[in-house]
Design a protein around this ligand. Structure first.
Ligand SMILES: Cc1cc2nc3c(=O)[nH]c(=O)nc-3n(C[C@H](O)[C@H](O)[C@H](O)COP(=O)(O)OP(=O)(O)OC[C@H]3O[C@@H](n4cnc5c(N)ncnc54)[C@H](O)[C@@H]3O)c2cc1C
Length: 471
């Protein structure tokens, strides 16, 4: 890989050329603005120092930024809303932060083809609201849907609450426009739901965390708005019992199947006073949008919960009450953040191994003397054990880092993955080899080198250094 220029003379020339090529409001160098653009929500990571920020409004302007970055060998960090949890959008020293937030146009919503064509800066909730007005649904709904951008969702292959039934972002992506490192504008994919011509480049770019190019437009699959959903809330005497219930309902696919443990329930209740049962060790929230408010499907869920020892089961078809419960689940992370610095894990295992995973997390919390609140998309086997570090307690921070490594190792040993939806970013870069192995790393580096030979795209993210690959 070529040496990237982060020194002041090269940087100054780059900024000068950027200002010459773009309208004045597209380029920012104010230190306070750069500081705000330099980190995401992975609170335990320290970002580098950005050189400049760019706010292009079109693919052509993104192309200009990348051509100049290539010419001057300047690292490029693509950035959506900065809500990522893996340090993917964190600045690296001497970089240009390329924000897509001004590319926020919904270009087309086509109800016949059931697709939307959007810029990367569109906020997920805005797209969802616009398509809902036309009787359609954009399915991927990360808990951060009100703040995260479609570009960020694509780049991380975001999951969400209803992904258990409708699939994650990759399943909703038909076509992409991507500006490559050298400034070339690539259009790949299609508008039809089916299509298998050539390599599946769309799937390659989805989840590539800004390391292969900048996504500048997406053609997204829409679905009919679902029927009104019914909601079921079940309380359990232990976390393992709740996990057992999930493993024992393989014949149903609720539209939501979420878990919260006692630490999380208490944190949400202390903050929002919603009347949650703080005595229960764990809570499952299931929704079904099949006929009659999901009656038959929720009957099956209820039976599985009862057989696994649920102490309280509450069902509702009231839309407001259901939304309140979903809000409680979405409040899990911010509620835990009120208790200290959080280190959010994002492991996923096959659904039948969730019981083993939650038991491993409880054991690891005890062994490392760390408070962990566990919640997540349990129907997908995807949990977020969230390690809470008392502010200023460096010893606890060290123990938390070790506990997080142990949780990731436990997930791998159960046939799972390091990250179900947040991505590798900088947070888990050192662990990637443990999951994909040396051959996987070599293949990944071959792709990276082919698309970004100078290594300017989000360097230091996702892939560990090539030199570190064992023979
Ligand atoms: C409270 C809270 C709840 C969350 N819940 C969920 C959840 O349920 N599911 C989930 O999956 N995530 C969740 N997240 C994490 C985060 O919201 C997602 O990862 C989201 O997809 C990031 O979008 P963003 O626009 O903020 O991207 P950013 O954080 O700005 O960027 C994320 C990554 O994408 C790259 N990137 C951004 N835009 C582009 C682009 N146009 N082209 C190429 N690369 C790009 C960046 O370089 C970076 O690597 C949550 C976060 C918070 C704070």
């Amino acid at each position: 890989m070529t040496e990237l220029h982060t020194g002041s003379a090269a940087g100054a020339r780059f900024i000068g050329d950027l200002r010459d090529a773009l309208p004045p409001d597209r380029v920012v160098t104010r230190p306070e603005t750069l500081e705000g653009l330099s980190r995401d929500k992975a609170h335990v990571l320290e970002p580098g120092r950005a050189l400049v920020g760019a706010f292009p409004t079109s693919a052509a302007e993104v192309s200009t930024v990348l051509q100049l970055a290539t010419e001057h060998r300047i690292p490029v960090v693509p950035r959506g809303a900065g809500s990522g949890l893996a340090g993917g959008a964190n600045a690296v020293d001497g970089c240009v932060i390329l924000s897509t937030l001004r590319m926020d146009r919904i270009v087309e919503i086509n109800t016949d083809d059931m697709i939307a064509v959007v810029g990367p800066g569109v906020i997920n909730a805005k797209l969802s609201a616009e398509v809902a007005k036309r009787g359609l649904m954009y399915a991927p709904d990360p808990s951060s849907f009100e703040i995260s951008s479609i570009g960020g969702n694509l780049a991380t292959n975001a999951g969400g609450l209803r992904c258990v039934k409708y699939g994650v972002t990759r399943e909703a992506t038909l076509g992409l426009e991507v500006v490559l490192a050298d400034g070339a504008i690539l259009r790949t994919g299609r508008r039809s739901v089916k299509g298998v011509a050539g390599y599946d480049l769309v799937s390659l770019f989805v989840g590539s965390e800004g390391t292969l190019g900048v996504i500048t437009e997406a053609t997204l699959r829409l679905r009919p708005s679902p029927l009104p959903a019914g909601t079921l809330l079940a309380s359990f005497p232990s976390l393992a019992d709740a996990a057992k219930a999930v493993a024992s309902m393989p014949s149903v696919t609720p539209s939501v199947l979420e878990l919260m443990d006692q630490t999380t329930i208490r944190a949400v209740e202390e903050w929002q006073h919603l009347g949650l049962d703080i005595g229960s060790a764990a809570m499952l929230i299931a929704r079904s949008d099949t006929a009659d408010f999901g009656r038959a499907e929720l009957d099956a869920v209820e039976k599985a919960c009862q057989a696994s020892g649920a102490t309280v089961i509450h069902r509702s078809i009231d839309a407001l009450e259901s939304e309140g419960l979903m809000g409680a689940r979405r409040a899990a992370l911010p509620a835990l953040e009120r208790l200290g610095i959080t280190l959010l894990e994002d492991v996923a295992v096959p659904r039948g191994r969730v019981v083993d995973l939650v038991q491993a997390v409880v054991r690891i919390a005890e062994e490392h003397d760390i408070r962990i609140g566990t919640f997540g998309h349990v129907g997908d086997g995807n949990l977020h054990p969230t390690l809470v570090i008392p502010r200023g307690d460096l010893a606890a921070q060290g123990r938390a880092m070790q506990a997080a490594e142990a949780i990731a190792a436990a997930a791998l040993s159960l046939g799972g993955t390091l990250t179900g939806e947040h991505g590798i970013g900088t947070l888990k870069r050192h662990q990637l080899a443990g999951e994909i192995g040396p051959d996987g790393l070599r293949a990944s580096w071959a792709i990276k080198n082919a698309l970004d030979p100078l290594g300017i795209m989000n360097p230091g993210k996702v892939l560990p250094p090539r030199q570190a690959i064992p023979d």
